[in-house]
Design a protein around this ligand. Structure first.
Ligand code: NAD
Ligand code: SER
Length: 315
């Protein structure tokens, strides 16, 4: 049996912190090396090894992979949709070159498995709005979506040509209470819980009727680990899998919060992120993931809202 040594790149981000902690529970604290551009992370302190790495520095990354005897890499470092529209060149450069650096090192060092997330942002205005299928018209209009779609094909290419076992999910907007989100269009659905508890009111940067696909972080972490642990024969999609959990609008999430905080109020001041949200599907069909490796979400809007508010109150 292989003794896994896992490198998480972008471990200090919204997903990275929770994924690192979950992987450490499974594989042992010292076998999961957290890494990020950031020097340290309060939430990861004392839980296992942490190294400062720039994924753009391929040589430094390569040395760490060899030195730490890495067998699996989870690449989470990226620039998300809203920040990407402010700096398209930087987003393209990091999202593409970071992935190519990891795929190249994986090929050279015979890394056993690689995980890299894509996003619902691959879809564009010409994709179906409801139950958007795995394979459909895909014409993204954000630099983030373009980089994710190109990245999906690089993953497929490295798998076909070099047999790198790279796996991927198209995450919806992710909602969590541990680590703050990093510049996405779906971030409102995290901010709203914080503001509801602290201020009892929230100004939303999307219109009240903007439906988007969303997922609670425990489901996203479980989906990631289930995909990575599935036998290779069950993985039919080597670009990236649609995964889905729920779909709601700002008006609906505010109604769910009002069940717990009746005095909560919301108003709407849409900004540049509205057109990004309008370009994405409202809901996703994840039948292929369900059939291939048994994906099934656990959280809906109400179950998530109860859990988010309880955990944020405790913090
Ligand atoms: P995040 O912005 O919260 O975290 C990214 C981390 O990468 C940060 O800690 C940052 O310091 C680090 N980083 C940036 N540049 C780096 C570099 N050059 N070298 C090393 N580290 C660097 O992002 P996230 O929300 O945790 O997203 C992780 C991945 O999941 C990304 O690929 C993102 O596109 C994807 N994704 C996220 C969501 C979501 O809702 N959060 C949805 C779909 C897809
Ligand atoms: N949550 C992400 C974003 O809004 C979707 O990939 O950018």
């Amino acid at each position: 049996m292989i003794r896994e040594r896992i490198l998480v790149i972008g471990a200090s981000g919204q997903i990275g912190v929770e994924l690192t902690l979950a992987l450490r529970k499974i594989y042992g604290n010292n076998n999961v090396v957290a890494s990020d551009l950031r020097e340290e992370n309060e939430l990861l302190k004392g839980t296992g090894p942490y190294v400062s790495i720039d994924v753009m520095n391929k040589e430094m990354l390569h040395v760490q992979v060899i030195r730490q005897n890495i067998t699996q890499i989870y690449l989470l470092a990226a620039i998300l949709s809203a920040t990407g529209e402010k700096n398209p060149n930087l987003a393209w450069h990091l999202n593409m070159q970071g992935l190519l650096n990891v795929l190249d090192i994986a090929r050279e060092e015979k890394i056993y498995k690689v995980y890299w997330p894509s996003s619902i942002a691959v879809f564009g205005p010409t994709s179906p709005k409801q139950n958007c299928p795995q394979q459909t018209i895909i014409e993204p209009t954000t630099v983030y979506g373009i980089s994710k779609y190109a990245g999906e094909f690089w993953c497929n290419y490295y798998h076909q040509r070099y047999q790198v076992d790279v796996r991927s999910l198209r995450y919806p907007g992710l909602i969590s209470y541990k680590s703050a989100p990093g510049g996405g269009t779906t971030d409102y659905a995290v901010e709203i819980y914080h503001e509801a508890l602290e201020e009892k009111k929230y100004t939303c940067f999307l219109r009240e009727d903007t439906y988007l696909p969303m997922m609670y972080m425990p489901d996203a972490i479980r989906a990631t680990i289930e995909l990575m642990e599935a036998p290779a024969v069950q993985i039919s999609t080597r670009t990236s899998y649609n995964v889905s959990a729920m779909s709601f609008s700002p008006k609906e999430i505010s109604a769910a919060i009002k069940n717990y905080i009746p005095e909560f109020t919301i108003n709407y001041e849409p900004d540049y992120r509205q057109s990004i949200a309008d370009s994405w599907p409202q809901s996703i069909d994840d039948a292929v993931a369900r059939n291939d490796w048994g994906w099934k979400p656990e959280y809906d809007l109400n179950k998530m809202t109860k859990d988010m508010l309880e955990n944020l109150r405790q913090q």
